[in-house]
Design a protein around this ligand. Sequence first.
Ligand code: THG
Length: 286
Amino acid sequence: MAEHLTTTIKSEIQEVSISRDLPTIIIGERINPTGRKKLQEELKKGNFDTVSRDAIAQVEAGAAILDVNAGVPRADEPALLVEMIKHILAITDVPLCIDTANVAALEAALKLYPGKALVNSVNGEENKLEAILPLIKEYGAAVIGLTMDDDGIPKTVQKRLDIARKIIERATKIGIPLEDIVIDPLALSMGAEEGAGKIALKSIQAISKEFGVNITMGCSNISFGIPDREAINATFMGMAICCGLTCPITNPLKEQVHMAILAADLCMGRDEFATNWIGAYRKRKK
Ligand code: THG
């Protein structure tokens, strides 16, 4: 069993520590135009009002880090990502998670970002490892590694563990500290793939135990195509935290899911005197 590592992400003035021995860190997922037609149209016109509003609302609701994705079809992604980050930096101090598959956009964002960002993401594909890991090293960032490679997302826990090992070996070989690598074992829809939930949970457990690294996941995928999604997402969230998930990518404005995170922290002894649980209760009652 590897020791629990601590990943520290920084803005210019705030520091956020991610660890199995600390409260769960919520990475707010909302600043993402994928599947949001209206936001896409706004961004194309240079309107960042929704971005600013989503940033403030998520931080207010408990996000400690904000994911920023500028994936608008046919847009100039490097320019758009930079503009979005500038707007977010102007209104909040929380550290950012830069969510892009575009290497030029990533480099532009890292150049501009005045802290230690979390980069979302690299995976086990050879060209991704070669393009992205040197940027992580150069800018002193932390990085999320997805357990998929040129053959796609593996159907077994063992293969996901193997890809995590490959990413970790390649990153540490060029001098990226182990604690700056966060692994995402990937959640697929249980509606489409039988056993997707169990594989995700077992993968979290296996990777956390083997390497001691922090684990992230875009958890809402798990319920895609199934009714009453929020109840499923909330239960899965609690189970995943028990297995070793430390920094879920999620929407803290979804109350059931947020309460599941706080309850899981309380159950696992990461919320001394139930301070966070009671604080959230009081905020809801107001
Ligand atoms: N792993 C990592 N990064 C990721 C993902 C992951 N980044 C993107 C995504 N997956 C997580 N982010 C989002 C952002 C928004 C929504 C879901 C995931 C979302 N979904 C609504 C839904 O599912 O119904 C649709 C939009 C809406 O109307 O709100 O909003 O897995 N490392």
